[in-house]
Every structure is written in C-alpha cells, then in structure tokens.
Write a protein that binds this ligand. Structure first.
Ligand code: GRF
Length: 203
C-alpha cells in the first residue's frame, strides 16, 4: 500500500512508520510526506530518508477551503492508498474528505471520545483521569470523531506533567499506529457506518 504521511511537528510517528516500512513484509511504503509548515523535524526526517516532501500552508491561501483544495491536490499527486495524519494539527475540509474519505487514519493521544482536540494530554491531566491512552481512528468531518480502529490505555502517574505523560503516550502510540497501518495495508478494511471491521486473522 502507498502511504502519504502528513505531519506538523517532531515526526516521531512518521519515523516509526519509516522504520516499519523498511521491512518488505510490512506491506506498505511511505511515498511522500506533507506538512502545513516549513522546517518541521518531520519534514527533515522525510528528506533524510530520500522521500518527496511538500508543504501546504494555510496563510498562503485566501481561505481554508482553498487551502484544503491545494492540500488535496498535493496529496493526490502521490496516489496514496492510505493517508496517515501523524501529528498533523489541521482539520481536513470537504474536498479532502470527498477525495480520501474512508482511507485517512489519524492518531490521537487520548482514549476517544474522551479529550478530543489539540490539547488532549493537557485536558486529561486537568480532568484528573488516572487512565488515558491513545486512539487510532478513521477521519471523518468532525474533530477526532471518526470510527475507532484501535486503542491502548496508558496510566497517569501522580508526578506526570504534560510532557512526561505525552511522551509515555507517544511510546505506545507509535507502536499502535505501526501495527494498525500494517494490518490495514496487508488485510484491507471496510467501514460500515461507524463500525469498522478489519479483515484480518486476529479480529
Ligand atoms: C502525537 O501524540 C499525536 O497524536 C499528536 O501529536 C503527536 C505527534 O507526535 N496529535 P510526532 O510529531 O509524531 O512526534
């Protein structure tokens, strides 16, 4: 399967995917990496791996609709089977979802539907939950509302701050994302309404 990965930050989830893709048995290859800003570590990782990269910045367009259309074209140029939003901090619009809907996967650092949005780790700490975690899900038109594919719990420790908790979640997140993308790439997927059934041996 051809993967286009979208990033905004450090790109450690991208790095985990790149390492997994080095094994031909994994069944997927990253064909391009896109970002919504220049100079992110994620783009540097991609360039270091010799991959094509592209940047589509919101301020370069008159409005969000035109930005979304440009992002759609930039991604489509690489003919992905699956688009992976790996720490991409933007909401996809109508044209993007029209083109790629049902094959966009996002990773989120909380157990959805708890703590959606851009500050999931901070919000979980502020609420005082003792268990949080991460979710890999298909993207729909809402914010972190699409069908859940996989989740894993991570305990909150009494001395955690946002950084320590996020880092512990990200260790789990990278493994879970790699596992899910590999299963989707090898075994395919179907979405029926909000339920997801993976055609694989273990589920
Ligand atoms: C991840 O925790 C992702 O869920 C969140 O941002 C983080 C991205 O990390 N939205 P990285 O850029 O892959 O290191």
């Amino acid at each position: 399967a051809r993967l286009v990965v979208l990033v905004s930050g450090a790109g450690t989830n991208l790095q985990a995917l790149l390492e997994a893709c080095a094994d031909p048995a994994y069944g997927a290859q990253v064909v391009a990496v896109g970002a919504d800003r220049h100079g992110t570590a994620g783009l540097e990782r991609a360039a270091g791996a010799g991959l094509p990269t592209f940047v589509v910045r919101v301020p370069d367009f008159p409005d969000r609709r035109e930005w979304d259309a440009a992002l759609t074209e930039a991604v489509a140029a690489h003919e992905p089977d699956l688009v992976v939003s790996a720490g991409f901090m933007k909401i996809f619009g109508a044209s993007f979802l029209e083109r790629f809907g049902g094959r966009v996967v996002n990773t989120h650092p909380a157990l959805l539907p708890a703590f959606p949005g851009a500050h999931a780790v901070r919000d979980a700490l502020a609420y005082g939950v003792k268990i949080t975690g991460c979710t890999v899900h298909f993207v729909d038109e809402g914010v972190d509302t699409g069908p859940v594919i996989a989740q894993e719990a991570v305990p909150v420790r009494w001395h955690d701050d946002e950084d320590t908790l996020h880092e512990r979640i990200k260790q789990v997140e990278r493994r879970l994302l790699v596992e899910v993308v590999g299963r989707l790439a090898r075994d395919g997927w179907t979405t029926r309404g909000r339920r997801v059934s993976l055609k694989c041996r273990t589920c």
